[in-house]
Design a protein around this ligand. Structure first.
Ligand SMILES: [Zn+2]
Length: 164
């Protein structure tokens, strides 16, 4: 899906909605996308009606605007990957493998700053207790500054499995 550079116009609500579609994994794993896909690439329809490639949005959130004549590529060769640490600006000639370790490292740092933060053990305990007590997951997501998906994972024990 290559084409002329597309300016991203996203509201805060768009970004929140988009982040809920990202299925977070471990920092070095590929993260998948639960929204619609075209030819394996995640696609997000913004409130202005424009469809953007998911990886372009992730790249922009983590690294800022894509330089001219560059394309968002993934070091993992997984079209649907949503882990900003696996995405970099490449040109059409690049072969998609890890070609710039430094950029990759910077991407990891940038992703950690922008994408939903990680919860602490105490927060996880408290979230489980509060959801059991009837507090809405969406409310907790807002309070803890994480995605609703993240809360759901915690509550259903798909993450933090070992925590009693
Ligand atoms: Zn990946």
């Amino acid at each position: 899906m290559r084409g002329p550079p597309q300016e991203l116009i996203l509201t805060d609500d768009d970004i929140a909605e988009f982040q809920n579609l990202i299925v977070e994994g471990a920092p070095d794993e590929c993260w998948s996308y639960s929204g619609p896909k075209m030819q394996g690439y995640g696609v997000f329809r913004a409130s202005n009606g424009v469809r953007y490639q998911a990886r372009k949005i992730i790249y922009a959130i983590a690294h800022g605007d894509l330089p001219p004549k560059k394309f968002v590529r993934s070091s993992c060769n997984n079209r649907g990957c949503c882990n900003a640490a696996h995405l970099y600006a490449g040109d059409t000639a690049s072969n998609g493998r890890l070609r710039d370790a430094r950029r990759h490292h910077d991407a990891v740092l940038a992703a950690a700053k922008v994408l939903p933060r990680k919860l602490t053990e105490n927060e996880v305990r408290s979230i489980r207790v509060r959801v059991a007590g009837g507090v809405l997951q969406a409310e907790l997501a807002k309070e803890y500054g994480v995605t609703r998906y993240c809360i759901e994972q915690v509550v259903s024990r798909r993450t933090w499995k070992d925590l009693p």
